[in-house]
Write a protein that binds this ligand. Structure first.
Ligand code: FE
Ligand code: FE
Ligand code: FE
Length: 176
C-alpha cells in the first residue's frame, strides 16, 4: 500500500463489507427486539443501509473499480458480540438494552470509517465521493443520536426495572 488513493480504495472495501454484514444482521435484530420503538429504529436503518450500500457502489464506479468487499474483522467482532448478548439475555428488556448498545458500537465504527473516507476523498480532490460519504456519515450520526435518546428515554429505564423485579436478574451494561 504505497498511496493514499490505494488506502482509500482498501478502506472503501472494508466499509462495503461491513455495510453488507450489517444489512444481514439488522433483520435478526428487528425480530429479537421487544420494544416497538427499538424494532422500528432498526427497521428504518435497514432502508438507510441499503441506500448506503448503493452510495458505496457509486463511489467504486467513480474510481473505476468493481465493488468488492474486504473482510473487516472489526465489524465481524462487533456483530458477534451482539449475537452473544441476544443469546445470553434472559430478560426481554435487558436484551433490548444489550442490542441497542451493540447497534451503537456498529454506528460508531461506521462513523469513524466514513469520517476518514470523507476526509481522504477531499484530500484526493474527489468532491463527488466526499459528498456521498458525507451523506452517509450524517445518517450514521443521527442514527447514533436516535439510539442514545431511545436508550435514555425507554430502553435503559425498562432494563433497569428488571433489577427490581422479584426474581434475581443480572444487571445490564452501560448507561450513557
Ligand atoms: Fe451504515
Ligand atoms: Fe474494518
Ligand atoms: Fe449504520
Amino acid at each position: 500500500m504505497d498511496s493514499l488513493s490505494k488506502l482509500f480504495e482498501e478502506t472503501l472495501r472494508d466499509i462495503y463489507y461491513a455495510e453488507k454484514k450489517i444489512l444481514k444482521a439488522l433483520p435478526k435484530m428487528v425480530k429479537k427486539a421487544t420494544s416497538q420503538n427499538l424494532a422500528q429504529a432498526f427497521e428504518m436503518h435497514i432502508g438507510e443501509t441499503e441506500a448506503q450500500v448503493e452510495r458505496l457502489e457509486e463511489i467504486f464506479e467513480l474510481i473505476g473499480k468493481a465493488p468488492r468487499g474486504k473482510t473487516c474483522p472489526a465489524i465481524d467482532g462487533i456483530i458477534e458480540e451482539g449475537e452473544e448478548i441476544m443469546k445470553e439475555a434472559e430478560d426481554d428488556t435487558v436484551r433490548d438494552a444489550g442490542m441497542l448498545a451493540a447497534a451503537q458500537a456498529v454506528e460508531h465504527y461506521e462513523i469513524t470509517r466514513y469520517g476518514t473516507l470523507k476526509s481522504w476523498a477531499n484530500k484526493l480532490g474527489m468532491t463527488e465521493a466526499a459528498n456521498l460519504l458525507d451523506a452517509t456519515l450524517q445518517e450514521e450520526k443521527s442514527t447514533d443520536v436516535k439510539l442514545s435518546e431511545l436508550a435514555e428515554s425507554e430502553i435503559n429505564v425498562e432494563a433497569e426495572a428488571a433489577d427490581s423485579e422479584p426474581a434475581p436478574k443480572k444487571k445490564t451494561g452501560n448507561k450513557r
